[in-house]
Design a binder for this molecule. Structure first.
Ligand code: SF4
Ligand code: SF4
Length: 331
């Protein structure tokens, strides 16, 4: 019997689903090797098909995207019950990812902006979707929009993590092979090499041992030399603080690493590690000069916590008013 697997998406851009399709002819090998019993984006299975399975009947569920709604919580809890193993697939499921940057705003302020304040919202009645609406035909129900974005393992137990935004095809293929052959590593493992990205970067030889930075530039402000370490050119590259396994694809395209492969196992907070790695390179010891350099990093949260805010020690922004009225915001 082929192992049964499921793919599911939560707060996701669809890129992780695309990555499975990007396996190209290898996707046929995956389809051949496993029995896909649930993949809403690609196949017409229903949730009731999953509900009808025995507990643990699925060998693995690959779940991408962060968790933001009651529907997502309910489906991943169901998949957890039905699965021998759950893989957090991609940066959003593992660390919160790009959707996790919504933790800089409260749920209320997001809904206010989207339905009342955004420039594309017509003036008028301020209509907002309701979670429950009675209509002549019955009761319409929408999922609850949670107060914060959470990582998959802040909601259910996760067995393995596939990093990347999206995960590289080679890592997906290796993970599927390991499942089929029953050779999965220790529970809790991140299915990628546990070394920093600089180790596999083709520019590593040009990164000075005693690298110091006198000014930071955004990628569009300079024409980067395509052979030289980007950090040595003053472009913020998170390679020193980020896990390898992506074949340094961004550096090969003359762009810096933005950290989507997440941290190595020795790091608790990826953003803090990245911030400290970059801050340690500042040449000046003069407070005013350092302040000028800090200003050159115009979006610190988006630079250092782009993929990991919900997983970080910070988790989310809490304003004083909501902290006193709602208690602790983090579960
Ligand atoms: S990890 Fe990247 S590709 Fe995957 S859903 Fe999140 S944003 Fe999209
Ligand atoms: S800092 Fe960036 S460009 Fe430099 S060696 Fe590391 S990954 Fe490559």
């Amino acid at each position: 019997m082929k192992p049964k697997v499921a793919f599911y998406w939560c707060a996701s851009c669809g890129g992780c689903e695309e990555a499975v399709v990007d396996l190209a002819e290898d996707v046929l090998a995956v389809v051949e090797a496993v029995d896909i019993v649930f993949w809403p984006v690609a196949m017409d299975y229903k949730l009731s098909d999953v509900e009808a399975l025995d507990d643990d009947e699925l060998a693995v569920s690959f779940i991408n995207g962060a968790i933001r709604t009651s529907e997502q919580r309910e489906v991943v809890e169901l998949l957890r019950r039905k699965s021998g193993a759950v893989v957090a697939f991609g940066a959003c499921a593992w660390l919160g990812g790009i959707p996790g940057l919504a933790n800089l705003s409260s749920a209320t302020s997001i809904l206010e902006f989207v339905y009342r304040e955004s420039p594309s919202t017509p003036d008028g009645d301020g209509v907002r979707p309701l979670e429950e609406t009675e209509v002549p035909e019955g009761r319409l129900v929408l999922p609850h929009f949670d107060e914060d974005v959470r990582t998959l393992d802040q909601v259910i137990e996760v067995d393995y993590y596939l990093p990347g935004c999206p995960p590289p095809a080679s890592l997906i293929a290796q993970a599927v092979t390991a499942i089929v052959e029953g050779k999965l590593p220790e529970k809790g493992s991140v299915l990628a090499p546990d070394v920093a990205l600089c180790a596999e970067c083709p520019r590593a030889d040009t990164k000075p041992e005693d690298l110091k930075v006198g000014a930071f530039h955004r990628p569009y402000e300079v024409i980067a030399d395509p052979e030289t370490c980007l950090l040595a050119q003053g472009i913020v590259c998170l390679g020193p603080a980020t896990r390898s396994g992506c074949d340094a694809v961004c550096m090969r395209a003359n762009m810096p690493c933005t950290g989507c492969m997440g941290p190595t196992s020795r790091v608790i907070d990826h953003g803090a590690k990245a911030l400290s790695a970059i801050a340690s390179l500042i040449e000046s010891r003069d407070r005013d000069e350092i302040a000028v350099l800090a200003e050159q990093i115009v979006d610190p949260v988006g630079t250092f916590y782009r993929y990991s805010l919900p997983a970080s020690l910070l988790h989310r922004r809490v304003d004083a008013a909501s902290a006193t009225t709602s208690g602790s915001a983090k579960s």
